[in-house]
Design a protein around this ligand. Structure first.
Ligand code: C5P
Length: 410
């Protein structure tokens, strides 16, 4: 039985080797509370059996447009209306071309035409096919019509090539889709948000990891997915705030109604924040900023010539502490990810950095945190505390945004 509440995602699987990863994607989406129905192209069935998707989604899988028995159940127009999001993963070069041309020569492409739901594509193909101008033109046409393109990633391919064209990992695709679904899945629609409690409040959120270059091809990074910061930016926007999101590299699309500025290094994040901080009322630092960076990144790729290699690292500026120390600081909210003595360390950070509010969570072990869809927070301010128990990050972001609003307006 398929549960009937939760974001309704129609997953279209097309015929590429990455189709096997779509099976895991169904699980990842369902773990996050989505109701998933799967349609496949004929070619996709050569890679994965429809039965696999039926078992994982808990619903019948449709392949043919001209199937009288299936049409007697949920007909294709009904299915197109049912979907809140249509996600094609993997999206092959052929499917992308047919979608761009507006063809309706099989069930998945017909559904894409018959729906008003936003379209998401996770491309997967050989790197030469990806780079071909025909594919790039088709993607541009789809983008111009509002489709979101998730990925692809770079790397080694099933065909032995190296380059762009690998499908993003299922968890990255599910996270990107969910971050975007937050506004209508968790919060009130934007029409009511404009008049929300944070109307007119100029807000800045930092999110995601930073990358500190070692040489032109390597960097020091961390495991932050950006999920929490993005969900928080979306939730604050839904409460009426004007939100500027300063983001390190993530696979997530920018939430609706949020201005996004992309950066890579801590120094770039620092510059992007301080360029705008004079006009900000509320500052939320959710980014996992590298504390140190290589002192002298090499101009050329470092060769493996010696048995040992010592890296010299130097401190990065603490963006949050510097913002809180401004003569007229905005209301500042920080995060503390701790492996032990969570509350004690968070309290020390609250007063040490001079923050208005801190949200602390335990990382490591089985406790949520990085690369997890769930998390729990202990929120502390000078006069009080509130525990937000373990829940999906999108809901947690909504609750934290409520608390930030209360404390900001207090
Ligand atoms: O001191 P610690 O790094 O644990 O503090 C975490 C908090 O500080 C987070 O809110 C993070 O976004 C922020 N931070 C920052 N700049 C840094 C390091 C951390 O804004 N260089």
């Amino acid at each position: 039985m398929v549960p009937d509440s939760g974001p309704r995602v129609l997953l279209g699987v097309s015929g590429g080797i990455a189709a096997y990863k779509a099976a895991d994607l169904v699980r990842r989406l369902r773990e996050r509370g989505c109701v998933v129905r799967v349609v496949m192209t004929e070619a996709a069935t050569a890679f994965v059996s429809p039965l696999t998707f039926q078992a994982l989604s808990g619903a019948p899988v449709r392949i043919s447009l001209l199937d009288p028995a299936a049409e007697a159940g949920m007909g294709h127009i009904e299915l197109a209306r049912w979907a809140q999001r249509i996600l094609f993963a993997p999206a092959t070069a052929d499917l992308i071309a047919r979608l761009a041309a507006g063809l309706a020569d099989d069930l998945p492409t017909t559904l894409a035409l018959a729906t008003r739901a936003p379209l998401y594509l996770a491309p997967a193909m050989n790197q030469q096919m990806w780079l071909h101008p025909a594919t790039q033109d088709n993607l541009e046409r789809l983008r111009a019509r509002g489709a979101r393109i998730l990925g692809p990633a770079q790397g080694s391919q099933a065909c032995g090539d190296l380059g762009p064209g690998r499908m993003l990992e299922p968890i990255e695709i599910a996270t990107a889709l969910l971050a975007d679904l937050l506004p209508d899945a968790v919060n009130p629609p934007p029409s009511t948000a404009a008049a929300g409690p944070l109307a007119g409040v100029r807000t800045m959120v930092t999110a995601g990891p930073t990358r500190e270059p070692l040489d032109p091809v390597r960097f020091l990074g961390n495991r932050s997915s950006g999920q929490m910061g993005y969900a928080l930016a979306a939730a604050l926007a839904q409460l009426g705030a004007e939100v500027c999101l300063i983001s390190g590299p993530t696979a997530l699309p920018g939430p609706a109604g949020v201005t996004r500025v992309d950066v890579e290094t801590a120094a770039q994040m620092h510059a992007a924040v301080f360029e705008r901080i004079g006009t900000i009322d509320l500052f939320v630092a959710a980014a996992a900023v590298a504390d140190y960076r290589p002192a002298a990144p090499a101009e050329r790729k470092i060769k493996k010539e010696t048995a040992e290699l010592t890296l010299q690292l130097i401190r990065n500026p603490d963006i949050l502490a510097e913002v809180a120390a401004l003569p007229h600081p905005p209301f500042t909210v920080g995060f503390a990810a701790e492996t032990d003595q969570v509350e004690a360390h968070a309290l020390a950070k609250l007063s040490g950095k001079g923050l208005d509010l801190i949200a602390a969570n335990q990382v490591g072990g089985d406790q949520g945190g990085f690369e997890r869809a769930e998390n729990a927070l202990i929120c502390l301010w000078r006069e009080g505390r509130r525990v937000l128990p373990m829940m999906p990050k999108t809901r947690l972001a909504g609750e934290l945004a409520q608390l930030i609003t209360e404390r900001y307006l207090a």
